[in-house]
Design a protein around this ligand. Structure first.
Ligand SMILES: [Cu+2]
Length: 165
């Protein structure tokens, strides 16, 4: 309750704080800025982003992700191949090194949801499940927002997942 009151105060004061500014503690992990990208009309893929900080003394790893509104959920990374940005599933798990912060963000690491059976729209909340090697399973509720891609383009119609064209 107190947390909600404080958040409301923060929103009033800055006008900029949104729901996903809230931090979630899970074992020695702290998750913030979690958000799912709104799917485009007719789109079959979308992505989610978050910041994961490992405040502990041991490495942890994100081993699996699941979103019930998609047929397939994967952890993706982006890399330059011949000047073209491509994404691919991470090999094995995504390590969250002890004492470090890993940022999943547009144009970089992301959680990827393919074969959407639901269409998450701006203003919705989406529930995803994460599984960490040490901290264990976590169910997260994410705000769904229209997000710009990591590209220097201004259109909402561009998303991370057109890179393989
Ligand atoms: Cu992807």
């Amino acid at each position: 309750m107190l947390k909600r009151i404080l958040l409301a105060v923060a929103i009033t004061m800055t006008g900029l704080v949104s729901a996903h500014a809230e931090h979630i503690h899970h074992g020695s992990l702290m998750i913030s800025d979690a958000v799912m990208r709104a799917a485009l009309p007719g789109g079959k893929v979308t992505a989610a982003y978050m910041t994961i900080t490992n405040t502990g003394g041991q490495d942890d790893a994100l081993v699996a992700v699941r979103y019930d509104g998609a047929k397939k959920s994967e952890i993706h990374t982006m890399e330059m191949v011949n000047d073209v940005m491509k994404m691919r599933p991470v090999d094995g798990a995504l390590t969250i090194p002890a004492g470090q912060t890993v940022r999943l963000k547009p144009g970089g690491l992301h959680l990827m949801f393919m074969g959407l059976t639901e269409r998450p729209m701006a203003g919705d909340e989406a529930i995803i499940s994460l599984d960490f090697e040490k901290a264990g399973p976590l169910t997260l509720t994410l705000p769904v927002e229209k997000l710009m891609s990591g590209h220097k383009k201004t259109s909402d119609q561009v998303d991370d997942h057109n890179h393989d064209q």
